[in-house]
Write a protein that binds this ligand. Structure first.
Ligand code: GLP
Length: 235
């Protein structure tokens, strides 16, 4: 794994943006996108650039179950506001989070991922080491699936909702195997609350208890992080 220490999220966004442009020049056609606060500066860089993404495909990692796409808390809404409205892609895929049709949706999404192999996958990391919504204990062989969110994830994500009861308890997420299939991966981590997860990701045992530790087996992972997130690493 390559680790790039940055001053802050602004610098991290710029570093990722340069890498993204490099991948586009090399012919990348599909980019895997993530929600959360960590990739925000990266999206800002793209929005403010003169890049034309209208020939590119995007696939998002995950979506809550039970929120419609126009709900401000949905990941579709997040992506529209932070990226797609300003920079439309040729096609942008996100899972559709409806519990009753989850089974068909999982199959549809895996099919989409098969048709559009990801060249560059953007990731954040949860405090418990989750990637996408793959909570601790998820099989490294997993494909897109319906997820029951951990109490700690619900609590962490409640900061975006009026009250904790409003946070969905389920989601549809790409699996770890889908994520590992990406040619290149960039993972952002900022702040002390991510330090334990980063330690587990980089130097911990490769274990399903720390989903991001699956990245240890991937040939092209770049971690972009600040000092605080890297603070527990021994090197
Ligand atoms: C959510 C998302 C993840 C994201 C994580 C970290 O649970 N499903 O994809 O990486 O939160 O979010 P943040 O970047 O806001 O810390």
């Amino acid at each position: 794994m390559k680790i790039i220490e940055v001053q802050d999220q602004i610098e991290g966004g710029k570093v990722a943006f340069d890498l993204f442009k490099e991948k586009l020049q090399e012919g990348a056609q599909t980019i895997g996108l993530a929600t959360g606060s960590s990739p925000l500066e990266f999206y800002k860089q793209i929005r403010e650039s003169d890049l034309d993404l209208s020939n590119l495909i995007s696939v998002n990692l995950d979506e809550y179950v039970g929120l419609t796409g126009d709900d401000p808390q949905s990941y579709r809404y997040f992506m529209e506001k932070n990226l797609f409205d300003a920079k439309p892609f040729k096609e942008s895929y996100l899972p559709i989070g409806v519990e009753e049709t989850a089974e068909q949706e999982v199959a549809r999404y895996n099919q989409i991922l098969e048709e559009h192999p990801v060249d560059l996958q953007i990731l954040g990391v949860g405090r418990n080491g989750h990637i996408g919504f793959n909570e601790p204990g998820t099989s490294f062989d997993s494909q897109t699936h319906l997820v029951q969110l951990d109490a700690s994830t619900i609590e962490a994500n409640s900061r975006f909702f009026d009250k904790i009861e409003d946070v969905p308890t389920k989601a549809i997420s790409m699996g770890i195997a889908n994520i590992l299939a990406a040619k290149s991966i960039v993972l952002f981590a900022y702040g002390e609350s991510k330090a334990q997860a980063i330690k587990g990701t980089v130097e911990g045992e490769k274990t399903e208890e720390v989903p991001a530790s699956a990245l240890q087996g991937h040939p092209d992972v770049t971690i972009i992080a600040d000092k605080e997130a890297l603070s527990l690493l021994s090197r």
